[in-house]
Design a binder for this molecule. Structure first.
Ligand code: ZN
Length: 457
C-alpha cells in the first residue's frame, strides 16, 4: 500500500521535499548560526530560502501575482530606508537578540552618509538590497532615464559602502513608496534584479503609535498567515514595536525565513510554480478544472458562401431601420429585394374602395383652419370633453378665418413661436388663388387629434 502511494509521487516532488529538508535543517548558514544564538528562547531563523531573481522577477502580493514560496506560518522580515544609525543599530540589536535574519533595502544617499551602517548589516548576516539613490516617490511617472539613474546610483552608492564587493549585495530592489511602473520593473528585470513589493505593511512610516504598528503587523500577518512584512529601520515606533511583534510571532508558531539570492555556488531552492502564489489553485477551485477549449481542425479551406440579403430576418431589418439614429452607416434601401410581378398580381384582385371613402366632409376644411389658430390649438390641447363642448365656438372662429385666409396664415407663426413648440411646422402659405397649402399633410399631432374628433362626430 505504502509502496503504491510512493510510486504515485512524482520524481520532482521528491526532489523538492528533499531539498526543503536539507535547506531548512542541515545545510543552511542558520544551522550554524542557531548554535551561536545566545538566547535559548529566541524566535530564530527557521531556514534560508535561495531565490533566482530571473525566474521570479516580481514578488509581493500587495502588487504582484507572485510572492516568495513560503510555507504556512513563515514570515520574511524586511526593513527599508536605512541605514540611519540611531534606529538602525537598535533594530540590528533586536534582531540579533532573537537570532533572526532580515532583508534591508538601502537608500543610496543614506549609504553614502553612513557606509559603516551598511557593513554592519552584512557583518550580522542580513541580506542587503537597494531602494534607489534619493527615494523619489514619483517612479510611477518618471521618465525611464531618470528611474534608471535612481536605481543605478543607489546600487553604486551601496556597493561603494561594501568596498565594491558585488557578492555582498543582493540583486533585490524595492521601489520607493511602492510606486511601481512597468517600465521600471522591466528595466530591473533586464538587469537580473528582483522587484520586491510586500505581502503586508505595518504603516510604520505614518504618524501612528508603536501599539498601532504592532496591531497592524500582527493582524495582517494573521490574515494571510505567511508572507513578506514591510517595516522601516529608521522609525522610532518600529524600534518600539519590533520586540513585541517578534515575541507574538514566536508565541503563535510563526517562523522567520531568511532570503538570499542564488549564486554560482548557491543554487536556488527548488520550488514548484504554484508555491509562488499566496493561495495556489487547489482541487476545490472550479476554474482549474474547466474543460479545455477543443482545438478544431478544419479539413477544408474552402470559404463558406456569404449570406444573401433575403436570409436576413425581421430583426436585422429593424436594426437597419435604427441605423441612422445610432450613427451607423446609412442604409441603402434599394438593396432590399423588390417585389416581383408575380407577387404583385394578387393585389390587383383586392376590392377597389368606393369613391365616397375619399370624400372630405365639407366642415372639415373649416375645422383644419380652426386647429391652426391659437384658439383652436388650445382647444386641441384641452381634455377631450372640454374640446367637444367648445366645438361650436371653434367652428365660428374657423369660419371667419376661412373668409380671410391671409389673416389666418399670419396667426400660425405666432403660435409656433410659443415655448415648447420646437417641432412646430412652418405656417401654411397661401397659393395665388388664396387657398392654404398642405394643411392636412403637415398637421401636428394636436391638430390631427382635433381632425379625428370632428370626423368621428
Ligand atoms: Zn522607502
Amino acid at each position: 500500500m505504502i509502496a503504491n502511494v510512493l510510486t504515485t509521487i512524482r520524481k520532482r516532488s521528491l526532489t523538492v521535499i528533499g531539498a526543503a529538508l536539507l535547506s531548512c535543517c542541515f545545510m543552511t548558514p542558520q544551522g550554524a548560526l542557531a548554535a551561536d544564538c545566545q538566547n535559548p528562547n529566541a524566535l530564530g531563523t527557521s531556514r534560508t530560502l535561495v531565490v533566482d531573481p530571473r525566474e521570479h522577477p516580481r514578488i509581493g502580493t500587495m502588487q504582484y501575482r507572485e510572492t516568495l514560496p513560503l510555507a504556512d506560518h513563515e514570515v520574511v522580515l524586511t526593513f527599508d530606508d536605512g541605514p540611519l544609525p540611531k534606529y538602525s543599530n537598535q533594530v540590528l540589536a533586536i534582531l540579533a537578540s532573537q537570532c533572526v535574519k532580515a532583508t534591508f533595502f538601502i537608500i543610496g544617499s543614506q549609504a553614502n552618509a553612513n557606509p559603516e551602517g551598511v557593513r554592519k548589516l552584512i557583518a550580522a548576516g542580513h541580506t542587503v538590497g537597494t531602494h534607489s539613490q534619493h527615494h523619489p516617490l514619483t517612479m510611477d511617472r518618471m521618465p525611464l532615464e531618470r528611474a534608471r539613474q535612481e536605481i543605478d546610483d543607489g546600487i553604486a552608492s551601496t556597493l561603494a559602502a561594501l568596498n565594491g564587493d558585488k557578492s555582498k549585495l543582493a540583486p533585490f530592489f524595492r521601489i520607493p513608496g511602492l510606486m511601481r511602473a512597468e517600465i521600471v520593473e522591466n528595466y530591473l528585470a533586464s538587469q537580473g534584479i528582483q522587484t520586491w513589493s510586500a505581502d503586508f505593511p505595518a504603516d510604520d512610516w505614518r504618524h501612528v503609535s508603536p501599539q498601532r504598528v504592532y496591531d497592524l503587523a500582527i493582524q495582517r500577518i494573521e490574515a494571510k498567515r505567511k508572507g513578506i512584512l514591510l517595516l522601516h529601520d529608521i522609525q522610532p515606533r518600529t524600534v518600539a514595536a519590533l520586540p513585541r511583534i517578534l515575541a507574538t510571532l514566536k508565541e503563535r508558531g510563526y517562523r522567520i525565513v531568511h532570503v538570499v539570492p542564488a549564486a554560482a555556488d548557491r543554487p536556488a531552492t527548488p520550488t514548484e510554480p504554484q508555491q509562488w502564489y499566496l493561495h495556489p489553485p487547489s482541487e476545490t477551485v472550479a476554474i482549474s478544472r474547466w474543460p479545455r477549449v477543443p482545438n478544431f481542425v478544419f479539413t477544408e479551406t474552402r470559404t463558406l458562401p456569404a449570406p444573401v440579403l433575403a436570409d436576413l430576418d425581421w430583426r436585422d431589418a429593424e436594426m437597419l431601420d435604427h441605423a441612422p439614429r445610432t450613427r451607423l452607416a446609412p442604409v441603402r434601401r434599394t438593396l432590399w429585394p423588390q417585389p416581383r410581378l408575380a407577387q404583385l398580381a394578387p393585389m390587383a384582385t383586392l376590392p377597389i374602395p368606393a369613391a365616397d371613402v375619399f370624400r372630405v366632409p365639407e366642415a372639415l376644411g373649416l375645422t383644419l383652419l380652426a386647429a391652426r389658430s391659437p384658439g383652436g390649438r388650445k382647444l386641441a390641447q384641452r381634455a377631450p370633453d372640454a374640446a367637444a363642448s367648445s366645438a361650436p365656438r371653434a367652428q365660428a372662429i374657423s369660419a371667419r378665418q376661412a373668409r380671410h385666409p391671409k389673416q389666418a396664415a399670419h396667426h400660425a407663426p405666432a403660435a409656433a413661436h410659443g415655448k415648447g413648440h420646437a417641432d412646430a411646422q412652418p405656417a401654411a402659405q397661401p397659393k395665388p388663388n388664396g387657398r392654404p397649402l398642405h394643411i392636412a399633410k403637415r398637421a401636428p399631432r394636436a391638430e390631427a387629434s382635433a381632425i379625428a374628433k370632428r370626423v368621428a362626430d
